[in-house]
Design a protein around this ligand. Structure first.
Ligand code: GLN
Length: 492
């Protein structure tokens, strides 16, 4: 079969169960595509061909025995931020260029236990700091829709791999938009779950109070399948929440949109820098949802102006603390011939971390320093609470809130935006992490340059099933999610 990569997760699951093809055939098919097409996209940091084939054989045996998990034998790619035992985990950093974790992240362990086949690890901005994946020390990844454009970030490798059909699904992480924005730039569906829904154990920490893993895929249905595997309480993550997990696939229904009250924040559609095409596509998608029975309600989110400054204080503060463990002594990069301990610390960190990571460590350390702690960090925490309250107030009157996922479509590689310009591009995604809410991106069309545009829907806590159902129903009535980049049409 030459078109196995066109099948949805449900179709793959059925095909494997009824032995129309084996997991080995499917895995070989993807490995061949990666070998032929990924040199142009550069989404993979590490391809684990040998291990993948062994996992495929094990899945085939389980499938034959008749008691395999629904996803057994289906390949996936992991963002290179999830620790994988025996396989390099770089987090896109020279600091971890040779790091091999002695254990699996819980997300990875759960995927393995379900019989999913790991194709490899995919590229990302260094320590998940960035919006283009260009901050990776390994080099930039291309957007499958236009190879001279970025796939977004920080989970750009995950997005590019799925959009080029080099993996049917991928894991990503989202601290301030890193699942939703690359999903938007690459025409995919990506879900950022409620904080605490997916275990952070073994996921290299950026900003611990904001980090959350989630699925990236072609459709809401595919995301639901992966959520069923990765969601759940984990005793190894103290912020993981012990609450029953939905069956996200069984919960998908065709009636989520009728009577749904969608809040449209006034402030969001007046943001300077909101691209006219993005605005138009998002408004068209909302019109479509209205035609399907949704009720659009104008709302106020008065804290909008505070999102970027608040996030860019709290995230670097937490990062400066989390990244202090990389000291050149215990693990990670170590400089050559240090003259003394101080020199070892200094040079290992200066040589091991890239420019953006160093910038954030500096900002974060400054904000946490004794004289400034109250003025910056404590103040930001107070504003964070106000942002959360703004959302909770809005949810008294609406079921979900609509926004673009990003003010623009994908940037050109090397566009070299200033840090401030880059940070302002995160305006629509940051508040969701500050409040700990779930949100989803769905593809809703293209701009004048044929680059994908995404709609973001933000839900109340634990509304993952609802968000997936809304997008699922939208996708049953539209075909944006079925569009393929030209490079994905190439055969290996
Ligand atoms: N672009 C944002 C940042 O650079 C968000 C990144 C993320 O979600 N990991 O921090």
């Amino acid at each position: 079969m030459t078109d196995l990569h066109r099948l949805s997760i449900r179709e793959l699951s059925e095909g494997l169960k009824t032995a129309q093809f084996s997991s080995r055939e499917l895995t070989e098919h993807y490995l061949k595509r990666i070998a032929k097409i990924d040199p142009k996209v550069k989404s993979y940091v590490t391809v684990t061909a040998e291990q993948a084939l062994a996992e495929a054989d094990a899945a085939d045996a389980a499938l034959k025995s008749g008691n395999a998990h629904a996803l057994a034998g289906i390949p996936l790619a992991h963002k290179d931020i999830f620790c994988t035992q025996g396989i390099k985990t770089t987090a896109g950093s020279k600091m971890l260029d040779n790091f091999i974790s002695p254990y699996d992240a819980t997300v990875v362990a759960k995927a393995k236990a379900a019989g999913l086949v790991t194709l490899g690890k995919v590229n990302m901005d260094e320590f998940a700091m960035g919006s283009t994946s260009e901050n990776s020390y390994i080099g930039a990844t291309s957007n499958p829709w236009a190879l001279d454009h970025v796939p977004g970030g920080s989970s750009g490798g995950s997005a590019a791999a799925v959009a080029a059909d080099l993996a049917p699904i991928a894991t990503g992480t989202d601290t301030g938009g890193s699942i939703r924005q690359p999903a938007s730039f690459c025409g995919l569906t990506g879900l950022k779950p409620t904080y605490g829904r997916v275990s952070r154990f073994g996921m290299i920490a950026y900003a611990s109070s904001l980090d959350q893993g989630g699925p990236m895929a072609r459709s809401a249905e595919d995301c639901a399948y992966l959520m069923n595997v990765i969601a759940g309480h984990d005793a190894k993550d103290s912020t993981s929440i012990n609450k029953e997990v939905d069956d996200y696939v069984a919960n998908l229904n065709g009636t989520a949109v009728k009577g749904l009250r969608i809040g449209i924040p006034k402030q969001y559609f007046n943001v300077a820098g909101l691209d006219a095409d993005v605005k138009a596509r998002v408004e068209e998608s909302l019109k479509k949802l209205e035609d399907m029975g949704a009720i659009l309600v104008e709302i106020d989110l008065n804290m909008t102006e505070a999102y970027v400054p608040t996030y860019y204080l709290i995230a670097p503060a937490e990062a400066s603390s989390n990244l202090s463990r990389f000291d050149g002594v215990r693990y990670g990069y170590r400089c050559e011939n240090p003259v003394d301990l101080m020199d070892l610390y200094k040079r290992s960190r200066s040589e091991g971390f890239g420019a953006e990571v160093q910038r954030r460590i500096l900002i974060g350390t400054y904000a946490l320093s004794a004289g400034y702690y109250d003025a910056y960090y404590v103040k930001a925490q107070k504003v964070r609470r106000l942002i959360q309250q703004d959302f909770l107030k809005a949810f008294e009157n609406v079921d979900v809130i609509a926004a673009p996922s990003a003010p623009t479509t994908a940037y050109k590689i090397g566009a070299n935006l200033s840090p401030t310009e880059m940070y302002l591009g995160d305006i629509y995604t940051l508040a969701v992490n500050l409040a700990g809410l779930p949100a989803i991106n769905a593809p809703v069309g293209f701009d004048k340059d044929s680059l994908p545009v995404g709609l973001q829907l933000i839900g109340n806590y634990w509304s993952e099933s609802q968000l997936l159902s809304i997008v699922h129903q939208y996708q049953q009535n539209t075909d944006w999610h079925t569009k393929r980049a030209a490079i994905a049409e190439e055969n290996a």
